[in-house]
Design a protein around this ligand. Sequence first.
Ligand code: UDP
Ligand code: MN
Length: 262
Amino acid sequence: SEANQAFVTLATSDAYCMGSLVVGKCLRRHGTTRKLVVMVSPNVSREACLSLEDVFDEVIVVDMLDSRDRAHLFWLGRLDLGVTFTKLHSWTLTQYTKCVFLDADTLVLCNVDELFEREELSAAPDPGWPDCFNSGVFVFRPSLETHSRLLEHARMCGSFDGGDQGILNTFFSDWAIKDINKHLPFIYNLSVNAIYTYLPAFHKFGHQAKIVHFLGRNKPWHVPHKQQPFTEVPQWDSNRNLEKFVNLWWAEYYSHTKLQEN
Ligand code: UDP
Ligand code: MN
């Protein structure tokens, strides 16, 4: 049922908390009926946690150095997979039967509750290698068994890209060919670099975007916010199209909507 379903995001620093806050705010503003969960690491400041608590149903502190034995083994072997390990914690949220994970650097533009009709593991193609899914937006089913298998897989095989996306793609390795229903349309994870790499497609389909992903080194919270008068953005102007999304992100960050009725 809907009560057992949640959107999940993750922040291991105060900077990424700014992103998670925006993820929560835009999901609320677009009227999601699902629960909102954010996982934070213990180093996140009290202030950042408090602002997340205004928006999210649950702020869960996940210990990066998990005391359970298998986790210690994992850490001893693979210290390089730090933040990645934390994302895999999503599978331990067994108070929910189905979840949608959203990276902290995503911006939701409309209601996307229909994602819960999808099955594990549903995700959109990665723009750099479309036979891999991008792990910024994915549908999954929490399960301690899957969690253990994922950790074991990570320990044995590592991650070909050093992050969670590598682990998840070799674990859910039949994604590319098995079931087209597990391919989310690209508009659910529109990486902003597509504005530059395939501008004509962005002209044609960009207005249908449901979730924008600020993938890569430059995050919206790095860009100082400047208040600008609204002007029409020419479609051919990649920089200004990106700027428009960054402005939207800041507008969401500063929004004062009363977020929770309950
Ligand atoms: N993340 C985090 N702290 C970090 C790096 C990453 O909390 O220092 C989380 C955050 O949710 C982020 C996700 O892991 O959105 C994936 O990292 P990122 O979005 O930076 O990778 P990209 O999408 O650019 O490949
Ligand atoms: Mn991301």
